[in-house]
Design a protein. Sequence first.
Length: 119
Amino acid sequence: QVQLVESGGGLVQPGGSLTLSCASSVKIASFKAMCWYRQAPGKQREFVAGIVSGGTTNYADSVKGRYTFSRDYVQNTVDLQLRRVNTEDTAVYYCNVAMESPVGTIDFWGQGIQVTVSS
């Protein structure tokens, strides 16, 4: 069982920056994929940024150039730096990882963390 705990959310002013961190209970090197999603009020959950093993980091068009996805293999965290945020970035952000198992690929989700962009 994988446990993911997000931190770093909160209130940020438009144009500001914030860094989210997702701490994993197992070594992140064991994951097939690591991603961040978000869900704004009244909207569906959407992909924000992530990477599949052996591939490159992908970003949603709405965050490209403003967000930076990174991984720390020592701390076993998956991080997301948010810059030049605007009110449309307000959402609950979720960490998501995928792991191969004898029965197939299994997805794990964090509990989510609120990011509110407001002046």
